[in-house]
Design a protein around this ligand. Structure first.
Ligand code: CP3
Length: 341
């Protein structure tokens, strides 16, 4: 039994005294204790060493006491396990030296054995669960197949992922083959994560908003739906599609337990589009954490009132930024803990 079960209650739609709070990308660069570890070990060493990954996961919890932890890892461990080389270049971000650009490039892409390739993540989950000592739940995650395809084809981050979209629109058969391989890998991976101990899973469709509503169905959501179908009886599934307000209606009928919302979609619109009932998660503008702490607290209070305290998980509308003062991140979490109706 998990002592603080606010997050799990919100995912079930149960009534709570206050909503739970966590922050996307909470384990990271705005924390000095994270920077100290980062100085000593490169990115994938941090991911692949359970001792380090579990320590980084609990760092923000020790400092701020969020209601859920998210495992320190990255969405790009999936292409790596599928035999696609991924580097994390300092001050640049992900770099894939051999991107997928034509059907032949798919020949070497495998659907791997999860234990062989990603067993280190299961070890990190077990170690993190020990450190959390059943105080709060642990979230596991994966990128959506479309968002993973974006990196596999583009080869690096991008403002518009033009090469990834071009690949889908000019070579749709190859694109669907790649998306299905990523989906099959992701399903096996998330099932293993649940077995290892995560209490919920989140699918990050960070680049879903690059697609039109029609293309979203074809190249992104149908694959997310396969993941939900395969996971929903084993753990609650949260779907976060950045810029995907247009898909909230379909997502609400998908079997997901909660839907992420970014700050460009109002609480009112998100409730309306999702049919008013399903648990929503979001949507504080990450840049607004640059405001003074007193202002942050007022805005958080207002945000909770707009979404309503039930069927709601307080979060940012995307990942926390590296330049956020520690005190401001603290004000965000405190505001929620101080919330009373
Ligand atoms: O939420 C957490 O605190 C857990 C850790 C986490 C990381 N990546 C660690 C990380 C999570 C949930 C992710 C997910 C992720 N990774 C996404 C989806 C969420 C989102 O932000 O949209 C995406 C698109 C990626 C791919 C990725 N990884 C990029 C674009 C970058 C470089 C830009 C950046 O954010 O720094 C990374 C590197 C990365 N992943 C870092 C961290 C802490 C920073 C690099 C480092 O620490 O050396």
């Amino acid at each position: 039994m998990i002592k603080n079960d606010l997050f799990l209650k919100a995912l079930k739609g149960e009534t709570v005294d206050r909503p739970p709070v966590w922050m996307m990308r909470q384990a990271g660069r705005y924390l000095p204790e994270f920077m100290a570890i980062k100085k000593k070990y490169d990115f994938f060493t941090r991911c692949q060493t359970p001792e380090l990954a579990s320590e980084i996961t609990v760092q923000p919890i020790k400092r701020y006491g969020m209601d859920a932890a998210i495992l320190f890892s990255d969405i790009l461990v999936i292409p790596q396990a599928m035999n696609i080389e991924v580097e994390m270049k300092p001050n640049f971000g992900p770099y894939l030296p051999n991107p997928i650009r034509k059907p032949k490039d798919l020949d070497s892409v495998i659907v791997p054995d999860i234990e062989d390739t990603l067993g280190y993540i299961m070890d990190a989950i077990k170690m993190t669960k020990e450190k959390l000592n059943d105080e709060i739940p642990l979230i596991g995650f994966a990128g959506s197949p479309w968002t993973i395809l974006c990196y596999c084809v583009q080869g690096q981050g991008s403002k518009n992922f033009d090469l990834a979209k071009g690949f889908c629109f000019t070579q749709p058969a190859a694109a669907h083959q790649l998306l299905q391989k990523i989906t099959d890998t992701t399903i096996a991976y998330l099932k293993e994560k649940v077995k290892a101990g995560v209490n919920a899973v989140q699918v990050f469709d960070s680049w879903g908003g690059m697609l039109s509503q029609t293309d979203y169905q074809e190249f992104s959501f149908q694959y997310i739906q396969q993941i939900i179908d395969a996971l929903k009886d084993e753990a609650p599934v949260i779907v976060f599609g950045k810029g995907c307000w247009f898909a909230l209606n379909d997502m609400a009928k998908s079997g997901a337990s909660a839907l992420g919302v970014d700050w460009t979609c109002s609480a009112r619109n998100a409730r309306y589009l999702s049919g008013g009932k399903i648990t929503l998660q979001g949507n504080f503008d990450p840049s607004r954490l640059l405001s003074p702490p007193t202002e942050i607290k007022k805005m958080v209070y207002q945000m909770i009132n707009e979404f309503g305290k039930d069927n709601y998980i307080v979060n940012l509308g995307h990942g926390i930024l590296p330049n956020i003062p520690l005190e401001n991140a603290g004000a965000f979490v405190e505001a929620v803990k101080e919330y009373t109706v």
